[in-house]
Design a protein around this ligand. Structure first.
Ligand SMILES: *[C@@H]1O[C@H](CO)[C@@H](O)[C@H](O)[C@H]1NC(C)=O
Ligand SMILES: *[C@@H]1O[C@H](CO)[C@@H](O)[C@H](O)[C@H]1NC(C)=O
Ligand SMILES: *[C@@H]1O[C@H](CO)[C@@H](O)[C@H](O)[C@H]1NC(C)=O
Length: 837
């Protein structure tokens, strides 16, 4: 998944030339194929047909043009979500949210042109020069651990952030009312670390508000340059007002002395925000509390005049930031009041601040704890208070990582040829919203298709409404062919985090259809709202599955091949398979069209099963008649054996042009180069024991009486192969690829480390076979409880010692590895604790 892109970033030369060229040249630079404006598409089509006939070109060119158009045309099926489903009128409760997962703290509206709010902070006077300004979550900024202790995905959250000697708590709570999404309040508390012995630091908090259009913000100023409030109006929010309350000591209501600065300017564009504030922090000011000696601090130059300097005079939006500086410890509240919420009642609502805010936050925290136990039963199951807190944090960080994105992706159409021969430019996908959870706030703060299926397994247990919203948005990304891009980089803020050469999604690349896992759960659960949603979503789910099953078809019937393996470059030990999600998991050494991928076949089998059940439930008899037989064939033990059982290896396997005899060897001056020895590659089963080998078990495709179940349990339970004290390894310790780098710059990724998503699938499968009569029932049940203890125990120990959930865990010592926080699918640890599969 995700990290494939990160690793590719380290070696930008590898097989991304088309994309690179395209990204530099920009879309449609050559002749606008595919990027032609929709309104004139018909006219362009006629012109092109005429032109190509005139030039005597074959129909191939027209076909190519047609393919390119379809790649960036939205699917015509009715949307799965009601029209305007994100609007404050239809979904007031979800209008405002912490939908900016990559900032430490901020909120915005679910809108293409949202009103954005956020927080930055800096400790004054620590180092010479500019203070360290904290704003976006970064891997290497020294902040952490941080994360949400509580977050209900809707109206309330409490986050803790450790930053050196400082301990910050950011809280928000919303109050419904009116027609525009209601009110909300923030409280930011800054305290010294308990262990800190140095003098109490001087800290600045920066609260900002940003508009992205014509809307106007109007600051009201008090005598001393201190803002009384900011008022404003937008078409979506109506009239509103922001008020920064006077700071207090934590838990107190008496005001505490603070120094204020205000800065008002044009919207510089989100990606430039931090830099602009940093560069503006160049003037010295005095903090002079009565009776204390003055202290200098860096502040924003007071400017309360704003001019629209945009060429059109239409305004590209405004940016208003208020800095308050004072000695820790302190709390500051920032209150948003919606005009229509205030006007709605009979009497003016009391401001959600001070002790009312304290009480409201406490009520929500209590309600959260109760609902959490009612949903997951961790206490009832005997998990320790610490483990329960881990479960709450896993859920809260996943919910707190939900974002709302809007923008246009770049798509490279499928031209029906192998990638290396493809000679077209990428085109812009139509602008589209995406409401999704993200794998990692610091490293992957955007949508990833196969991650999201796992995310929603957790989310739907807590709030099925959120899952319907997320699935509905993902299905809204479907193109005319039924394809969904696997990485969604929508909007400036998301784009700013991705180097240009990786912005392009290829319309022939699939990704595991994990969204069908929460769909299957909906179908089992029978919640009427879920079922109504599935009815609407069905045409899209069907189109998506049909595309997968047809576009990734393999060389022989009922076999499948991931399109888009990396080319066989001399620097790669084994060309990667990013679309599979398992990146560098070893596949056939020499990519070819003869390949058969076991995991993909199993995913398609799962898809056929779920779609068939869904079609039967909905009375879609035609589709049921079409997919039922496919599902049966894909689940048939004979067919699976015939295409994937490797007698000589004693397991299921991929098939392809393969030799074991590959190695990376130092070859100055090129560095490490792949050397192929003997035996030469030939068509055979691929001996790479690991997650892929387990797929028929993982997706529960085997009959409990299957003679193949025993051998799979054997390798799973064998510590020479997949079993480790910390969970199942991605690749067997006995494999020649175990722990191997894929190139000089490419450390091992799915080559031994323990991943939570697959361990969760394994737990679910063991639990499943542990409940069905069969020769392996008792063994499966025993393995389930042992694996669960290992996985949960290790994630818990790592969380205790680092304060984070991690992307993956070492199979040697259990250490958290990769990026953090990784509250994407690692949050599945909660469902493992709850034994909810
Ligand atoms: C959706 O919102 C737009 C703009 O606010 C409005 O013109 C349209 O009628 C709405 N559609 C529905 C179905 O509510
Ligand atoms: C396997 O790969 C080798 C080396 O690229 C090639 O010469 C051979 O033709 C391939 N065999 C098949 C069956 O694709
Ligand atoms: C497996 O075999 C046992 C004994 O023959 C039988 O009772 C059971 O129903 C079988 N299970 C399935 C799922 O076919």
């Amino acid at each position: 998944m995700a990290r494939g892109e990160r690793r590719r970033r380290a070696v930008p030369a590898e097989g991304v030339r088309t994309a690179e060229r395209a990204a530099r040249g920009g879309p449609g630079q050559r002749d606008g194929r595919g990027a032609a404006p929709r309104s004139t598409a018909g006219g362009v089509a006629v012109a092109i047909v005429v032109l190509s006939l005139a030039l005597g070109l074959s129909g191939r060119w027209v076909l190519a043009w047609h393919r390119a158009r379809r790649a960036v045309t939205l699917h015509s099926a009715p949307p799965a979500l009601p029209a305007n489903s994100s609007s404050p009128a239809v979904a007031p409760g979800l209008f405002w949210g912490t939908y900016r997962p990559h900032v430490y703290f901020g909120m915005k509206t679910r809108s293409p042109k949202p009103l954005l709010t956020g927080l930055m902070w800096a400790q004054q006077g620590t180092t010479p020069g500019t203070p360290k300004l904290r704003h976006t979550c970064e891997q290497g900024d020294g902040v952490g651990p941080y994360g949400w202790e509580f977050h209900d995905g809707l109206s309330f959250g409490r986050q803790h952030i450790q930053d050196g000697a400082l301990w910050l708590t950011t809280e928000f709570v919303k109050r419904p009312g009116g027609q525009h999404g209601g009110d909300w309040s923030w409280r930011v508390t800054v305290e010294p670390q308990a262990s800190s012995t140095s003098a109490l630091p001087l800290v600045s908090l920066f609260f900002y508000v940003m508009t992205d259009g014509k809307e106007v913000l109007l600051p009201e100023v008090e005598a001393k340059g201190q803002l009384k409030f900011i008022s404003g109006r937008t078409s979506e929010l109506g009239d509103f007002r922001f008020t920064l309350m006077p700071p207090t000591n934590p838990g107190d209501t008496a005001p505490k002395y603070g120094s204020y600065n205000v800065f008002w300017t044009s919207n510089p564009g989100l990606p430039l925000l931090t830099e602009m504030v940093k560069n503006s922090l160049n003037s010295w000011f005095q903090h002079r509390p009565p009776g204390a000696s003055p202290e200098r601090y860096l502040g924003l130059p007071g400017s309360l005049k704003w001019e629209d300097r945009s060429p059109s005079g239409q305004g590209q939006g405004q940016f208003l930031i208020q800095q308050v500086t004072l000695k820790v410890p302190f709390s500051v509240e920032f209150v948003f009041e919606s005009g229509s919420a205030q006007a709605g009642g009979n009497q003016a609502l009391p401001r959600l601040a001070g002790s009312l805010l304290t009480q409201t936050l406490e009520n929500h925290a209590e309600a959260f704890r109760e609902r959490f136990e009612k949903t997951f039963h961790l206490k009832e199951k005997g998990l320790s208070p610490g483990e329960q807190a881990l479960g709450q944090a896993a859920l809260s960080d996943l919910l707190g990582g939900i974002g709302y994105f809007y923008g246009q992706g770049l798509v490279l159409p499928d031209m029906g040829v192998e990638e290396s021969e493809q000679k077209v430019d990428p085109a812009l996908f139509p602008p589209i919203p995406l409401f999704t959870a993200v794998p990692s706030r610091s490293f992957f703060p955007r949508g990833f298709l196969w991650d999201e299926g796992f995310h929603q397994l957790v989310v739907q247990r807590w709030d099925p409404y959120l899952t319907r919203e997320a699935l509905g948005h993902w299905l809204g990304l479907l193109n005319a062919d039924g394809w969904i891009g696997r990485e969604q980089i929508l909007g400036d803020e998301a784009r700013a985090r991705v180097p240009p050469e990786f912005l392009v999604q290829r319309a022939v690349h699939a990704n595991p259809p994990t969204l069908l896992l929460p769909v299957a759960h909906m179908l089992e659960g029978g919640d009427p709202d879920d079922l109504a949603f599935l009815r609407k979503a069905f045409p899209r789910l069907h189109a998506w599955f049909s595309w997968l099953h047809q576009s990734q078809a393999g060389p022989v019937p009922l076999s499948y091949r991931w399109r888009g393996r990396d080319p066989a470059l001399p620097t790669l030990l084994n060309p990667k398979t990013l679309p599979s999600g398992l990146d560098d998991y070893p596949r056939a050494s020499h990519p070819s069209v003869a390949e058969r991928h076991l995991d993909l076949r199993c995913w398609v089998a799962l898809g056929a099963r779920v779609l068939t059940q869904l079609a039967e439930y909905l009375g879609e008899t035609e589709v049921a008649a079409e997919l039922g037989p496919l599902a049966a064939s894909l689940e048939s033990a004979e067919s699976l054996d015939e295409l994937h059982w490797a007698q000589e290896l004693g397991v299921f396997a991929d098939f392809g042009n393969h030799t074991k005899a590959v190695q990376l060897k130092p070859r100055p001056p090129q560095g490490l180069v792949r050397v192929v020895g003997r035996p030469q590659p030939r068509l055979q089963y691929v001996d790479a024991l690991g997650y892929v080998s387990l797929f028929p078990l993982l997706l529960r495709l085997l009959d409990p009486n299957s003679s193949r179940l025993g051998p799979l349990l054997d390798i799973l339970a064998d510590s020479r192969h997949l079993w480790s004290p910390f969970g199942l390894r991605s690749l067997a310790a006995s494999s020649s690829f175990y722990g191997q780098r894929n190139s000089e710059h490419d450390p091992p990724y799915w080559r031994g480390a323990v991943w939570l998503n697959v361990n969760y699938l394994a737990l679910g499968a063991l639990h499943h076979y542990g409940q069905l009569k069969g020769p392996h029932q008792a063994r499966a049940a025993k393995l389930h409880s042992e694996l669960r203890a290992n996985v949960v125990g290790n994630v818990w120990r790592q969380y205790q010692s680092t304060g984070f959930l991690w992307e993956q865990y070492s199979d040697r010592d259990g250490r958290g590895m990769g990026c953090r926080p990784f509250n994407g699918w690692t949050s599945l640890v909660l469902l493992a604790m709850a034994e909810d599969y």
